[in-house]
Design a protein around this ligand. Structure first.
Ligand SMILES: NC(=O)N[C@@H](CC(=O)O)C(=O)O
Ligand SMILES: [Zn+2]
Ligand SMILES: [Zn+2]
Length: 362
């Protein structure tokens, strides 16, 4: 398929503008478990051919057996006609065994391992307390070519929350990249201009995911007219200059920037609470938001690289064969998704969005 056939903006003037790309993958999702899994999975499976599934369940997915059984629960919850493929991950702890990591990778059970600094985010209490002590695990991963996915925030409560990503990059990420010179590293949900620059500087073996919400909100949005709990996630959105840097990175076409929604559903009661849980449920409106950003930046011709090529290439997977068409035709996103007797509020839900999802071809 040549790029010439991709853009219907070259089609007759009365046609709806559209963009057709290879089917995309989501390199960072939280599918949860049980009733929540059943409720949210169809949205990710409708939009994406594959997704990297985060292991921060309670208890976390720390063994090959746990990952196999979680994968089976995801497949069982899929709508019958879906060809969605979950790509599993292992949750790293202070006690992770390098042999277990290698076994799961060689057997094709998991693709990558997730490093949560203990206490940094939702369900990270079992995470890593001292990254230097993880060296034997990271050395093994380096040797076998398995990527480590990092939630990059400092956990010292004395550090200002808006500085925690920057502090982590300096104090932990740079030394980690230096200690393990061949290790493949994904900085998850980048939120600052400096993180984007750090990833670029190590682009031969580092990459980052960029969420839809961090491309469209900044830290002021969280306080627009009052406190907006549904916009609270970690890392928290930063100043406008950072949002602009993220938009420039995502739309640059550079191979080190890839799509990762960090769709992180929490029940309304956990969000509209005295102490609101961190996470934005963006799974149902992800592609509509991303494509709008690429359109606004005049970069629709680079959307496919970000959404469908860069991540697969980084992880050494084939790109998807089918296509998805996005239409510049307004549609109102659904406001919320029911989960048992509660619901989960959809990011940009209930709003008319300028882009909508068209045909998916396997
Ligand atoms: N992003 C979030 O704010 N929350 C995520 C965890 C994470 O990705 O850090 C979650 O699991 O709810
Ligand atoms: Zn995270
Ligand atoms: Zn996440």
């Amino acid at each position: 398929m040549s790029t010439d056939t991709l853009f219907a903006s070259r089609a007759p003037a009365d046609a709806v503008p559209s963009v057709t790309i290879r089917r995309p993958d989501d390199w960072h999702v939280h599918l949860r478990d049980g009733a929540m899994l059943e409720a949210v999975l169809p949205f990710t499976a409708n939009q994406f051919r594959r997704a990297i599934v985060m292991p921060n369940l309670v208890p976390p997915v720390t063994t090959v057996a746990m990952a196999q059984s979680y994968r089976a629960r995801i497949l069982a919850a899929l709508p019958g006609d879906s060809d969605f493929e979950p790509l599993m991950t292992c949750y790293l702890t202070d006690h992770t065994d390098p042999d277990e990591i290698e076994r799961g990778y060689r057997d094709g059970v998991w693709l990558a391992a997730k490093l949560y600094p203990a206490g940094a985010t939702t369900n990270s209490h079992a995470g890593v307390t001292d990254i230097a002590k993880l060296a034997p695990v990271l050395e093994r991963m380096e040797r076998i070519g398995m990527a480590v996915l990092v939630h990059g925030e400092a956990t010292d409560p004395a550090i200002d929350i808006f500085d925690r990503e920057a502090a982590f990059m300096q104090a932990e990420m740079l030394p980690l990249l230096q200690r393990h010179e061949g290790l493949k590293v994904v900085v998850e949900h980048a939120t600052t201009a400096e993180t984007v620059d750090l990833v670029r500087a190590h682009a031969d073996r580092a990459a980052c995911t960029i969420t839809p919400h961090h491309l469209v909100i900044n830290r002021t949005s969280i306080f627009q007219g009052g406190l907006r709990p549904h916009l609270y996630c970690l890392p928290v959105a930063k100043r406008e200059r950072h949002r602009l840097a993220l938009r420039a990175a995502a739309t640059s076409g550079e191979a080190c920037f890839m799509l990762g929604t960090d769709t992180a559903p929490h029940r309304r009661g956990a969000k509209e609470a005295e102490c609101c849980s961190a996470g934005v449920f963006g799974g149902a409106t992800a592609l509509q938001t991303y494509v709008q950003v690429f359109d606004e930046e005049g970069a629709l011709d680079r959307f496919e690289a970000f959404a469908s090529l860069n991540g697969a290439r980084f992880h050494g997977l084939p790109v998807n064969e089918g296509t998805i068409t996005l239409l510049k035709k307004p549609a109102t996103a659904l406001a919320a998704v029911s989960v048992e007797d509660e619901d989960v509020v959809v990011f940009r839900g209930g709003e008319p969005l300028p882009w909508s999802i068209g045909d998916v071809r396997a």
